[in-house]
Design a protein around this ligand. Structure first.
Ligand code: AMP
Length: 421
């Protein structure tokens, strides 16, 4: 198969150089589709989620436009591009990406978000930036205080619009739109397109083109998946067992609740496995610290709730464990997309107790796959499987039972071998 190159997409030299340094050899599908549209100056409706490469899909053309803009005042910088995203973690990551892709340009960015003092943020704004990445609350706050003017904005990106809706930011966004210049290029990204989101996009976009990438199947196909049936009471023991057996360098564990995440960290610490939790009850500093410890390999396991984990970008994540199965099937796809990013492939293991079996069914329906069952583990819970009509017992309490769908226990990993081996 012939892949396109960034050069063929007419990306300019200084950016190509940065992409090369990042190790991006080829554009992802959303980049391939969106970059030409955006370089032409058109508005864009992107139906895509984190993990597809969408940040570079919008950051590259914006950087390129700004770089080529002869009128841009390098001495007195004005905010020319505004990217609004729902969470602090996403905001930081987007700004980092702008810095990386723009490394060989003179374009400056900064990031603002709530939960910390504003001093360093207003100082950065005073020094002047071309690109501002912001969460909605802090943005409006600093606008009201007179630190930010949007009157020079030419590029506006609304990222993760459906998440904005879930987090109650829609009113803020509507207010924000009224402050933007009418003449601008607008980009609107959302993983899902319910009616309210389509209506909102209508308020933001002019004459637009749309791009849809469906990561659901693609992600699910790339990631080696398995499900371990286990009773609720045995989940922590199973987690310790799996972590020791897999010995993966960096593992992200999803828990449904903040309390559950803290509990898991305690159990792991007792078992001498370094772990930290990130969730909404932690301060911004604590979350950032936990994230950098994890990225630097100081902690092996990061335990996260869905909201806190949104947008976490760790490229060599080897293993994702669903300690609890999510009741929304799309969330499962988001979670396992944390591994198997862009070009990498990964492994996802899900723990499923009897109450979670209906969630498993919904997930399998969405991804159009049956997730292989591994029952050769010491806490296999096959006792109640006959209660689930379409899930025949796979094992005999962990005694050399074969996983579903294949004869080889490790087949679900695809070509991937255990990182410990
Ligand atoms: P995003 O969807 O923007 O969060 O990007 C997901 C991940 O894919 C990030 O770790 C990016 O650094 C990475 N990525 C983006 N574009 C490419 C590419 N063309 N090749 C390889 N990795 C990429």
């Amino acid at each position: 198969m012939q892949y396109m190159t960034f050069k063929e997409l007419e990306v300019i030299e200084p950016i190509l150089k940065a992409l090369q340094e990042k190790g991006y050899t080829h554009p992802t599908p959303i980049q391939e589709q969106a970059i030409p549209i955006l370089l032409k100056g058109k508005d864009l409706l992107g139906c895509a989620q984190t993990g597809t490469g969408k940040t570079a899909a919008f950051a590259i053309p914006i950087l390129q436009h700004l770089y080529l803009d002869k009128t841009r005042n390098r001495n007195q910088r004005q905010i020319k591009a505004l990217i609004v995203t729902p969470t602090r973690e996403l905001a930081i990551q987007i700004a980092d990406n702008f810095t990386e892709y723009g490394e060989h340009t003179d374009i400056r960015n900064t990031v603002i978000f709530g939960g910390i003092k504003q001093g360093s943020q207003t100082n950065a704004l005073r020094r002047g930036v071309d690109v501002l990445v912001a969460t909605p609350g802090r943005l409006l706050d600093l606008m009201n205080q007179g630190f930010i003017s949007l009157k020079n904005v030419e590029y506006f990106v609304l990222d993760e619009a459906d998440q904005m809706l879930d987090m109650g930011f829609v009113h803020d966004i509507k207010k924000l739109i009224t402050k933007l210049p009418v003449k601008r290029q607008s980009l609107f990204f959302s993983a899902t397109m319910p009616k309210t989101i389509v209506e909102l996009s209508g308020k933001i976009l002019g004459n637009y083109e749309s791009v849809t990438v469906k990561p659901e199947q693609a992600t699910a196909e790339r990631v080696g998946q398995a499900v371990y049936f286990v009773s609720k009471a045995d989940k922590t023991k199973l987690l310790v067992h799996v972590l020791k057996e897999e010995n993966a360098v960096s593992t992200l564990v999803f828990a449904r609740t903040k309390h559950g995440a803290d509990k898991v960290v305690k159990v792991l610490s007792k078992a001498k496995i370094t772990a930290e939790a990130i969730h909404g009850n932690k301060s911004q500093n604590a979350r950032q610290r936990a994230l950098s410890n994890f990225k630097e390999g100081k902690t092996k396991v990061l335990v996260a709730t869905d909201i806190a984990a949104r947008g976490i970008d760790i490229s060599d994540l080897a293993l994702v464990i669903n300690y609890d199965l999510p009741n929304v099937p799309e969330t499962y796809v988001h979670r396992i997309g944390r591994t198997g990013r862009a070009s990498a492939s990964g492994i996802s293991i899900s723990f499923c107790n009897i109450e979670e079996r209906p969630y498993l069914k919904d997930i399998e329906k969405l991804i159009k796959q049956q997730i292989p069952v591994v029952s050769t583990h010491p806490y296999a819970d096959a006792s109640k499987e006959e209660l689930i009509p379409d899930k025949k017992p796979q094992g005999n309490n962990g005694q050399k039972a074969k996983p579903k769908n294949n004869g080889n226990r490790n087949n679900w990993r695809g070509n991937k071998s255990k990182s410990s081996s």
